[in-house]
Design a protein around this ligand. Structure first.
Ligand SMILES: NC(=O)c1ccc[n+]([C@@H]2O[C@H](COP(=O)([O-])OP(=O)(O)OC[C@H]3O[C@@H](n4cnc5c(N)ncnc54)[C@H](OP(=O)(O)O)[C@@H]3O)[C@@H](O)[C@H]2O)c1
Length: 280
């Protein structure tokens, strides 16, 4: 059984810790910067997944120094320690589809991994800068995953399906979404494959939807009132920092991972969410 060291116990990290049972998972519950060279040598992981980071956009603006430390400096320092541990260790770092401000490129195309980031908030800058610096150190032995609007059947405050129950008004702008299921499928592939696993992976469910349409799906199941539409311009007038909309595409990802359709995944996740909300 391979040893997996998992950093970050939030929405994504806790799901991976629960579900990747084919690995001997060691969860690092402390700060990234406290994972010393000695600790790395003692745990001796075969792979490390960094799912830690400051993810609240407004908090990042108000606490810029700490956001830069956690999202940019600490992962880069960690990777330098991994190299000094003198042991081949596969490294997966969670970035974000939010490095692009879309929903589409200027040419009306979805964002592919080779397109330079166009960050619109400090959070997005920290994510884009970490990706660039990590690849600057080692372009061949790091996998960077860029999910977008993560959701699942879990009652977690960061779950997009939980968040979209709260806002009375929703925008109807195209977006990619990433289920925890497709993230786990991608992590499994990247950890297990002998070839073509490194580099940037856009990670998303196939096809697109909009926050408004998801609101309608949640309303149809009695999880919220019917949403009202709000235009992007109206939202941008009071939502600071600006909300980004992003549609992702990645040919390698689609061919290798074969993601499921977002509508089917959403229907399944909402049905499970209802069951867990009845239990709790
Ligand atoms: N959820 C999404 O929609 C989404 C989309 C795209 C990309 N991502 C990326 O995926 C990764 C995981 O996201 P998530 O949804 O699981 O976020 P999350 O629920 O906010 O979890 C992140 C966890 O990292 C911890 N953390 C922050 N700074 C840390 C540090 N310096 N050392 C150790 N732990 C630290 C946080 O603890 P505190 O709460 O104490 O700070 C939190 O427990 C992040 O890199 C995020 O940028 C997420």
């Amino acid at each position: 059984m391979k040893k997996l060291l998992l950093i970050g116990c939030g929405q994504i990290g806790s799901a991976l810790a629960r579900d990747l049972t084919e690995f001997e998972v060691h969860v690092w519950p402390h700060d990234i910067d406290d994972l010393t060279l000695d600790a790395l040598r003692e745990i001796a992981p075969d792979a490390i997944v960094n799912a830690a980071g400051k993810t609240d956009l407004a908090w990042c603006e108000a606490n810029a120094r700490e956001a830069v430390r956690s999202n940019l400096e600490a992962p880069v320092r960690l990777y330098e320690r991994i190299l000094n541990a003198d042991r081949p260790t596969r490294f997966i770092h969670f970035s974000s589809g939010c490095v692009w401000d879309g929903p589409y490129t200027k040419d009306g195309q979805p964002f592919t991994p080779d397109i330079p980031p166009t960050p619109s908030s400090l959070y997005s800058w920290t994510k884009a800068a970490a990706d660039a610096m990590l690849f600057g150190i080692d372009p061949k032995h790091i996998a960077i995953l860029r999910p977008r609007q993560v959701y699942s059947e879990n009652q977690h405050p960061r779950n997009s399906l939980v968040k979209l129950q709260k806002y009375p008004k929703l925008i109807d702008t195209p977006n990619s979404l990433s289920s925890i299921a497709v993230i786990e499928k991608t992590v499994r592939y990247v950890l297990g494959s002998e070839h073509d696993w490194s580099g940037i992976w856009n990670v998303y469910d196939r096809d697109i939807t909009t926050p408004f349409k998801i609101g309608e799906m949640l309303a149809a199941e009695g999880l919220r009132e019917k949403p009202q539409r709000i235009s992007k311009a109206e939202l941008d007038a009071f939502h600071k920092p600006k909300r980004v909309d992003t549609v992702l595409f990645d040919e390698r990802f689609e061919q290798t991972i074969q993601p499921e359709d977002v509508h089917a995944q959403l229907t399944r996740a909402i049905a499970e969410l209802i069951k867990t909300s009845q239990i709790s």
